[in-house]
Design a protein around this ligand. Sequence first.
Ligand code: HEM
Length: 450
Amino acid sequence: MYKLSFSDSPAAFGTMEANHHRLRRNAMNKFFSSKALDRYEPHVHATFDKLIERLSVARKTGEVVRMTSALKAFAMDIISHFALGQSRNYLSEPDMGHRFQISLLSATSLMHWTRQSGLLVALFKRLPMWMTPILTEAPDDVFNDTHLILDPRKLTDAEREAAFGRKSGKDESVEGEKGEFSAPSQHDSLMSFLKDSPQLPPEERTPARISNEAHAMLAAGVDSMSNIFIVFVFEILREPPSRFLEPLLTELREAEAELPHPAALIPYRNAEKLPYLNACVREAMRLIPGVLGRLPRVNPHEAMMYPTTTADEKGEKQQQQYQRTFCFPPGTVMSMSLKDMLWDAEAFGPDPRAFRPERWLPEAGGAAAGSPQRARMERCFVPFSKGARSCIGLELAKRELFVLCANLFRRLPGLELFDTTADDIDPAFELFGPVPWEGSRGLRCKIRDV
Ligand code: HEM
């Protein structure tokens, strides 16, 4: 699943063999640590300011905003700067990267084919570029961008220079496995960090391998983020303001007392402590899983014992009557989908797919801290998955999420939905992540002056 979904990419995400995956992932851990991301937060703030600047134009003109594009552009501008050292700057483009977003989606749709067989992966990689629009049914004109995804060894000139400096010798591409680059730059992007990593042997530090790693971040860090922003904005705005928006704004205005001045942005560390905001963010993360399909795991060394029920869940008498334990031998591939946990009715109640922040707030009738119900909710709350392959981008994701969710409605209290229904948002099919139905026009908003 990992190897073929990512077209046999040499990035950690596409690496199947456990030891090799660990080597690649461990080399990146420091760059993704909480401390490193604290230093990176100002960049998230600057990109957020740009988003607001862009949306404020729509407030003045009264035009309808493609909010899905704006939120994807926000995530893309951050992750491209973080991974490649150069922001793609979609927030500055007239369509906020909408064209690129279509191309990414259509390129990703090939995954349903490549997943079936390594032979198909090899075949697609050999096809000329002009065949891609035919295979993906995308408009031709998006494919100048798409090649960056289908063939991540190709970088823009600025990205190549930001990470590697100028290449010595004749060949200016980064395709050569043995290509060498001069002028090591500062470790301000994942690519430049990995290029000099003492944890990786030389064959893991080739430009081709490293640019694949960075591009995997673009694939992993845009839709996963923007889907949650979209659900957050949609759920808050679809109800009358007294339901979610007003309690949220009340909490955020109280939090302004701790800022250097009331107009400053609420930073991540302050935002994550706000109970109502935290509950809303959790609900958005629960409703739209980062990965929709099954995530496989294999234990090559030990058998896995799987009891069908426990005394806690069914009571002691029933346990004696029904309990059976299945034994899966070492090497068995076991997989499950995050949504089975995130939408579990035993943990989250009879309405697991409803946006209901109160379920996390004891004072509003939610499960009390330390109660078995709360413990079950926490156990099932796995938006970033678990174990050795869980999300490495978690610390960046939390900063993006909390900065955006804590400040969007403060900056634009007049935001309102425009002709958007749940059908435009809800997952309808799977392209690794969830995707709404083909006719979805995405989240659209108008911004009133208040
Ligand atoms: C809130 C937003 C995000 C969510 C919900 C999310 C969710 C996930 C999930 C569920 C997985 C694990 C899949 C598995 O078990 O195999 C995963 C893996 C991954 N995520 Fe995220 N993600 C988010 C944001 C990001 C960001 C911003 C980045 C990039 C900085 C990122 C990079 C990755 C990578 C590289 C992996 C693969 C890790 C590995 O194979 O070791 N994610 N993500």
